[in-house]
Design a binder for this molecule. Structure first.
Ligand SMILES: NC(=O)c1ccc[n+]([C@@H]2O[C@H](COP(=O)([O-])OP(=O)(O)OC[C@H]3O[C@@H](n4cnc5c(N)ncnc54)[C@H](O)[C@@H]3O)[C@@H](O)[C@H]2O)c1
Length: 276
C-alpha cells in the first residue's frame, strides 16, 4: 500500500492533483515529499501546507533530489516537464523507486526511453505512464494486442495556442477563419518539431502502434475554445474514435485538467482496494 509519495513539480498539475487527493484519499498518506526548483520553494511550501494533514501527515518541500529520495518515497510522480524527466527520471529508477511521468513527450528521445526502462529492469521497479490529457488509452493499449491497422491522433487547438511554435511561421494565426491542418507526419516527427505539444502524441504512440506508425495531424481551428484531442483507430478487435475536449487548468491554461486527474487516479489505484 502506498504510504510515502514523492512529487516532482509544484505547478498547475500539482495543485489540481493535491486537491483531488485531499477529496478522495480514505486517509492521509504518511508523507509527501515534493521537489521543485529553488526559485519556486516559497510557492511550493505555501501549496503543500494547504494539504498538510489532508493529503499527508508530513509534507516537505526539497530543492534537491537526493534529500527527497532519502525520505524513502515508494513512488515518485513527475509533473514538472521534459527537463525534469531527463534530469531526475534515471536517478529515481536507479534508486529502486517506481516512477510515474506525465511529460511523456520526453520519451520520444529513444536513448532516454531505453535508459529509463533499463534502470527499471535493473532495480525491479516500474515506469508508469498516466493517460494525461487524452482518453481511450485503455482500449488503445488493449487493441494493440489484437494488432493495430491504423491510428491517427489529431490535435485541434485555437490558433493562439499555436503561438511560438513552427505553426507561427507557416500560418497567419491572427487571420485564420477556418480550420487549417499545418502538420501531418509521424508521432516521432511531431514530438521533434512541436515539443511543447508532444505529450499526448507520445502517450498515444506508446499505448498503441509506436512513434513511427502513429500518424499525427495538428490543426489550428478558430472554431474551438479549448484543446481537442481525437484518436481514430482501426484494429483487429475494434474500430473506435475518441474525442476529448479538455478544460484548461486554472493555474496553467496550456495544461488541460484531465491530466492532473489521470495522475490522481493512478495514486488512488495504489491506495484503494479496487483498481480501475
Ligand atoms: N501527458 C499529458 O497529457 C500532459 C498534459 C499537459 C502537461 N503535461 C506535462 O506536465 C508538465 C507540468 O505541467 P504544469 O501545468 O503543472 O506546469 P507548470 O509550469 O504549472 O508547473 C511546472 C512545475 O515544475 C517545476 N519544475 C520544472 N522543472 C523542474 C525540474 N527540473 N525539477 C524540479 N521541478 C521542476 C516548476 O518549478 C513548477 O513548479 C508540462 O511541462 C508537460 O510536460 C503533460
Amino acid at each position: 500500500m502506498l504510504e510515502r509519495l514523492g512529487m516532482i513539480g509544484s505547478g498547475g498539475i500539482a495543485a489540481t492533483l493535491l486537491e483531488a487527493l485531499a477529496c478522495e484519499l480514505p486517509a492521509p498518506l504518511s508523507r509527501l515529499d515534493c521537489l521543485t526548483m529553488s526559485d519556486s520553494m516559497a510557492t511550493a511550501e505555501a501549496l503543500l501546507q494547504q494539504y498538510h494533514g489532508r493529503v499527508a501527515d508530513t509534507v516537505v518541500v526539497h530543492d534537491d533530489l537526493s534529500t527527497l529520495l532519502g525520505c524513502g518515497p515508494q513512488m515518485v510522480i513527475e509533473c514538472a516537464g521534459h527537463g525534469a524527466v531527463r534530469e531526475h527520471g534515471p536517478v529515481v529508477l536507479a534508486a529502486g523507486i517506481d516512477l510515474a511521468i506525465i511529460s511523456t513527450g520526453a520519451l520520444a528521445d529513444e536513448a532516454l526511453h531505453t535508459e529509463l526502462l533499463q534502470w527499471a529492469g535493473a532495480t525491479g521497479v516500474r515506469l508508469f505512464l498516466p493517460s494525461g490529457a487524452v482518453g481511450g488509452v485503455d482500449i488503445l493499449a488493449a487493441a494493440r494486442l489484437s494488432g493495430i491497422e491504423d491510428v491517427v491522433y489529431t490535435s485541434r487547438k485555437p490558433p493562439q495556442a499555436w503561438r511560438s511554435t513552427p505553426a507561427d511561421q507557416l500560418l497567419n494565426l491572427d487571420a485564420l477563419s477556418s480550420e487549417t491542418i499545418f502538420f501531418e507526419g509521424t508521432a516521432r516527427a511531431a514530438a521533434r518539431d512541436y515539443p511543447q505539444n508532444a505529450n499526448v502524441a507520445a502517450t498515444v504512440a506508446l499505448a498503441g502502434a509506436g512513434f513511427e506508425r502513429t500518424k499525427v495531424r495538428l490543426i489550428a481551428d478558430p472554431h474551438v475554445r479549448h484543446n481537442v484531442h481525437e484518436v481514430s483507430v482501426r484494429s483487429g478487435c475494434a474500430d473506435f474514435h475518441v474525442r476529448i475536449e479538455g478544460k484548461p487548468s486554472p493555474a496553467n491554461p496550456k495544461t488541460s485538467l484531465p491530466t492532473a486527474f489521470s495522475i490522481a487516479r493512478l495514486v488512488l489505484n495504489r491506495v484503494m482496494a479496487q483498481v480501475i
